[in-house]
Design a protein around this ligand. Structure first.
Ligand code: FES
Length: 198
């Protein structure tokens, strides 16, 4: 594979062709926040907190750094007024779902997000899908899944699989950016009420 020369935050960097902007930034010690990214998983692009500004051919665009491949002479800004504004808004929305989440609180402080801007709907889940994807892609068990769509979308443990696989695994718990204990609660609930009668 060849090498690509691009600019990130004013620095010329040389990285491997095929990398994403996120991987390129990480390889040169530049931090871009992520909530749904995991190096062992296929990129998912759900949380958009990794949004950066890129310039190609005189045009600027906002893109998800965890999905966007590097290109020769690409100019990337990991912080800008637009980037910070988007991250702030995303954090205000996410923190309404998981007000106690340490990772969100830290980012909210960094980006000046108002934790009370939106009415609290504490589902304790920001639908990053890390647990679902890790269980499917790494463990190949599919014991955790999404149900419903839109505003009703949520993550559940599949009782029949969870009863056999989860208690001795729990590898998805520490991946959760909101509250690992919530995963414990959901798992217990799935095992205690396998037919969904809560
Ligand atoms: Fe890129 Fe979530 S980390 S969209």
């Amino acid at each position: 594979m060849g090498e690509i020369l691009l600019q990130i935050d004013g620095r010329e960097v040389k990285v491997e062709e095929g990398m994403t902007i996120l991987e390129a930034a990480q390889s040169t010690g530049i931090n871009i926040p992520t909530l749904c990214y995991h190096e062992k998983l296929e990129p998912y692009g759900a949380c958009r907190i990794c949004t950066v500004e890129v310039e190609t051919g005189g045009r600027t665009n906002l893109v998800a750094a965890c999905l966007y491949p590097v290109q020769e002479n690409l100019v990337v800004m990991t912080r800008s007024e637009k980037v910070d504004k988007i991250r702030k808004m995303l954090l205000e929305l996410m923190i309404a779902h998981a007000p106690e989440a340490g990772a969100l609180q830290e980012l909210a402080q960094e980006y000046g997000a108002n934790k009370d801007r939106f009415e609290k709907e504490p589902s304790f889940c920001i639908l990053c899908g890390l647990c679902v994807r890790y269980c499917a892609e790494v463990k190949k068990k599919n014991a955790v899944g999404f149900v419903d769509r839109g505003g009703r979308r949520e993550v559940i443990f599949i009782p029949e699989i969870a009863a056999k696989e989860c208690w001795n695994c729990k590898e998805c718990f520490p991946l959760c950016p909101t509250e690992a204990l919530q995963a414990g609660y959901l798992l217990t609930e799935a095992l205690a009420f396998p037919s969904g009668n809560r």
